[in-house]
Design a protein around this ligand. Sequence first.
Ligand code: MSS
Length: 366
Amino acid sequence: APAAKPLPGYASFKNADAVIVHSSTTIETKRSAFGSSVVTPTNQLYVRNNLPTPPESIVADRDAWKLQIDGVKKPRQLSLAELKTMGLETVTMVLQCSGNGRGFFPSKPSGTQWTVGAAGCVVWSGVPVREVIKALGGVADGMVYMTGTGGEVLPAGIDPKTVMVERSVPLAAMEDALLAWEMNGEPVSLVHGGPLRLIVPGYTGVNNIKYIKQLAFTAKESEAHIMSHGYRISPPGSKGDPSQPSVQEMSVKSWINSPIPEDGNQAAGKVQIQGVAFGGMNAVKGVEVSTDGGKTWKQARLIGPDMGKYAWRQFVLQAELPKGTYRLASRATDDKGNVQPETRGENQSGYNNTSWADHAVTVTVA
Ligand code: MSS
């Protein structure tokens, strides 16, 4: 096996034993590192940067960070210090890259070959976007999108639209969105978007803009390439374009984190089959577990605290497993009755893989 890549400098605080470094801008949590305690520790959370990380200096004086708000009745710039006076809310949510599970596509789409670890369950605190907008007189007439722009300084000499991280989500997403300065009880680290990050619960990672410098209510979607052509559900063999659905809302998904093949052979007898399940926009209602590759299913038990509909739930099925080989699978259902599908939705870039069959593992009990 090739030697593990070292952690990049900006992420040197990460627990090297708990992550897989794919590249200098993509770091995945190991499936064996998720544990059973709901919240993903910051030093194990995945990283995905579309551009190089901004300099550490942007988190030197956090309260001085400026956010421009446009497309409201009274557009203006607000400092983080001012935002902190305008409201406070906490939301626990699954942050998951649009391409999590891409590594299971047999077509091997280009991009990071994430399996399950481009996701985590994270606690965010900040001011609700709706509070800020209310204070600025409300959304201007005719605006139907909320568009966030990342604070990266773009390389000179190229059309900014080709590289900038700017994403539009439907206005309705504003309802539960936060401008967050705290993550898992600490000021948001630079790598995860400090000093200020837009959090759009239930939406895939890319819609959660780090180091946000502008929040605009707009009549049209952003024309940045990452919005118009990137992160589109394109039919296999085709290129992304604005007519295809954008990768936005997440849907019901689960996977098993223990036992897994990485842990080696399991001892025969009592086994606690456990994993995580989430509903994306909806709460998880239940999870079934199969030990025979999906032929038969048993209801698992949700364990641990329920941290709200955007968080994931831990589940466990206690099983008695004699020696043998088992194909372990999990299948979640949300509270609207949506069931995690057996198959992935084929698409060119390997987005939104929720297939329970793809996420199943083969474990040997000896
Ligand atoms: N933001 C910004 N500003 N930049 C970049 O690059 N990326 C994305 C998000 N946001 C970015 C942003 C992505 S793409 C993702 S996933 C996320 O982020 C991640 O996060 P973390 O914290 O984990 O790193 Mo896919 O869908």
